[in-house]
Write a protein that binds this ligand. Structure first.
Ligand SMILES: [Zn+2]
Ligand SMILES: [Zn+2]
Ligand SMILES: [Zn+2]
Length: 139
């Protein structure tokens, strides 16, 4: 079932399925939240560094995943939605939230994601990083 879904995600973004690509994608489906390189490496075990980097940058360019750079410089990756594409870019309008207590990172849809413009400039992306206390730590 999960295997089927992984193949479908790759073919939707015109990426040929290989064993390594499927297992890297598996890490994202397993955790269901933004994850860092270490988490991915621990999950996929046995894929060398170079291959892993190549897969992540392929996934990023095909908009299967997006990169999150936090203010503290830490880098996370999170799965994109089906509508993100290499032709039109990312369609999600969410903020990246870092919990100060458990250090979990989340992609959060918000009510009013701003649109920005400036004469003569064309914006292709807008990143918003936020931090605070997540729902699990608020209780
Ligand atoms: Zn995206
Ligand atoms: Zn938390
Ligand atoms: Zn995100």
């Amino acid at each position: 079932m999960l295997h089927l879904k992984k193949n479908e995600i790759l073919s939707n973004k015109s990426v040929r399925a290989t064993e390594n690509r499927l297992s890297v994608l598996g890490a994202f489906l397993h955790y269901q939240k933004p994850i860092n390189l270490k988490t991915i490496r621990d999950y996929v075990e046995g894929i060398d560094r170079v291959t892993l980097f190549r897969i992540l940058s392929l996934f990023e360019s095909k908009k299967i995943i997006h990169k999150i750079v936090l203010e503290n410089g830490l880098i996370y990756f999170a799965i994109c939605n089906e509508k993100c594409s290499s032709d039109f870019g990312c369609t999600h309008t969410h903020v990246h939230f870092l919990c100060n207590v458990c250090e979990d990172v989340s992609c959060l849809e918000v009510d009013a994601f701003p649109t920005v413009n400036h004469p003569g400039f064309s914006f292709s992306s807008l990143s918003i990083n936020a931090s605070g206390t997540c729902v699990n730590c608020s209780e």
